[in-house]
Design a protein around this ligand. Sequence first.
Ligand SMILES: C[S@@+](CC[C@H](N)C(=O)[O-])C[C@H]1O[C@@H](n2cnc3c(N)ncnc32)[C@H](O)[C@@H]1O
Length: 234
Amino acid sequence: MYYVSTTKNEGRIIIVMEKNNNMEPKEFFWPFSAIYSSITKWMQPAYSDIVQRTGINKNHKILLDIGGGDGRLAMEFAKQYPCLTKIISADISSDMVKRAKKNIRKKNLEHQILSEIQDVHNLTYPDDFFDVIVSFGALHHWRNPVKALTELSRVLKSKGVLTIYDGFDRPRFKTIRNTVSTFGGSFVLAMAYWVGSKDTLKKEEIKKIAENSNIKNISLNFTSPLVTLKYIKP
Ligand SMILES: C[S@@+](CC[C@H](N)C(=O)[O-])C[C@H]1O[C@@H](n2cnc3c(N)ncnc32)[C@H](O)[C@@H]1O
């Protein structure tokens, strides 16, 4: 089934036909959510590395982790940056959000982290709301990444920072090696990453997404195993 939406690029309205209007990506329904969630326990070194790369400063108060899964990256932000007064871990999958709420409750972080259902293409937040937006491993799941970028830029404050991390290209043995050396994770974790990221976008596709978005000064850094899309809102 197709549905039609519009997006703006340099003043032009582009009509987009999308093939699938399922709200939830099939792969993150139960039991896939449960399988994924059993792996994230072992991904702490990767989350810690991502938090340090994101470069939080003392003026940053409100953070959105979009496609936040079971909340473990948000929990790592809370641990390393108590100065973040509100962290929202948002995900389209209700089962992921349920798991995130449970993880957050277990660590007594409910005062700092909220987990809720959101679709990156239609966020319910007001304009200019977040100081920092991050996303890890979710870009390749988005139905319409160009529209998603427009929406993320809308909810980002002026001078706010958006950083999107994802895999790129078809993973090769080199990617496993780089995952282990970058994140200090185990070989088993790297294998899981390799299997799980078989659908990641190609370098060229990611460049096209950035070009077609109406965010002009977005920077791309392809350093295996991750692509980093970074944007500071003027
Ligand atoms: C590979 S998981 C990554 C989860 C988490 N960031 C982590 O690193 O553990 C991708 C996540 O993106 C979510 N997702 C996919 N499409 C989405 C959308 N349109 N809006 C919000 N979240 C989405 C999925 O439900 C899933 O939890």
